[in-house]
Design a protein around this ligand. Structure first.
Ligand SMILES: [Zn+2]
Length: 320
């Protein structure tokens, strides 16, 4: 059985019959393109239908208007926050991409017998991590009204970029430099490289978990990310991916004191774990880059509020 309110809402009512305070009875003052066909709905009743495709104006409002927009703290500098957020994820993705390139060249060299090794890539990769570090500072206190505990947590997380950069350079710039390929299976496995990689996994996990609350707080400003139109637990999944890689490293460590086939099998399983963990982590990073694009767009565009749609521009200027 339909509620009495539904029956009323289904009928077009003349404007003078409704209480003037009700925003739902208002005409659309701001610009609002129909989600069905893009027709400009300005001037139509919010209870009406799109004259082009017949979709309820209310459907467009529910999709595009952000009911929480007015509850957000204003960002000190939305453009700076958006740029830092993008830089943070993009620089990390560049670093990951360069790691794949370095290992890919190892394999290419094994197959073709060519000795191409991109030592300079280690310098650029470490530089990319430094850029990600600087940009991550934008997540420490994105706006006023952030809880002190959250600021401390994010600040601690960003500070972990310093040991991460050092460890990363040690692995790729020092240990990998010149001598041998880390996964070719020929010669001695470098224990210090494996231990440093484990340290890397811990540091990366601390950074991700520490920055996650503020990243999610900013993500709430993207209507699509908040309302579950896109459901993401990407950052947690990345910590799990780092765990998979670390498990691979531990298997390789365990293989060291063993001899013969058992050692080879464990080492191989470890390498598979490292590759799987790295692949999942990189996928997560790509996903984070896409999310930060959405968030940055949300930060740079002022959200559509019910007030902006139902109040004439002159009224708005009087209120503020
Ligand atoms: Zn339409």
């Amino acid at each position: 059985m339909a509620e009495p309110d539904d029956q009323i809402d289904n009928q077009p009512r003349p404007a003078d019959e409704t209480e003037p305070s009700s925003v739902l009875a208002s005409q659309l003052m701001g610009t609002l393109p129909c989600i069905g066909c893009g027709y400009e709905l300005h001037g139509l009743s919010v209870l009406g239908r799109c004259p082009e495709c017949g979709l309820d104006v209310g459907d467009t409002i529910r999709m595009l208007v952000d009911p929480y927009a007015e509850t957000f703290h204003e960002l000190t500098n939305p453009r700076r926050t958006a740029v830092l957020l993008m830089g943070w994820s993009l620089a990390a993705a560049v670093a990951a991409g360069l790691c794949w390139l370095m290992r890919g060249l190892d394999i290419f060299g094994d197959i073709t017998g060519s000795g191409i090794r991109l030592q300079r890539a280690a310098i650029v990769t470490t530089g990319a991590i430094l850029v990600s570090f600087i940009c991550s500072l934008g997540l420490v206190r994105p706006h006023a009204g952030v809880r002190r505990r959250g600021v401390y947590l994010a600040a601690f997380a960003t500070s972990m970029y310093i040991p991460l950069t050092i460890v990363f350079w040690w692995v790729h710039g020092v240990i990998d430099h010149g001598t041998q390929k880390p996964y070719s299976g020929v010669g001695e496995i470098s224990v210090s490289r494996i231990l440093l990689r484990l340290a890397e996994a811990v540091l990366i996990s601390v950074i991700i978990l520490g920055l996650r609350p503020h990243a999610r707080m900013l993500a709430k400003r993207s209507l699509a990310l908040r309302t579950g139109q896109i459901d993401r637990q990407t950052m947690r999944a990345m910590v799990a991916a780092a765990g998979v890689g670390a498990a691979g490293d531990i298997l390789r460590l365990v293989s060291l004191p063993l001899k013969g086939t058992a050692s080879e099998i464990l080492n191989l399983a470890g390498i598979v774990g490292v590759i799987m963990g790295s692949a999942l982590f990189t996928l997560g990073l790509v996903s984070v880059v896409i999310d930060t694009c959405r968030i940055s767009r949300a930060l740079l565009t002022s959200p559509v509020t019910l007030e902006s749609l139902t109040t004439a521009p002159s009224d708005q200027s009087q209120r503020h």
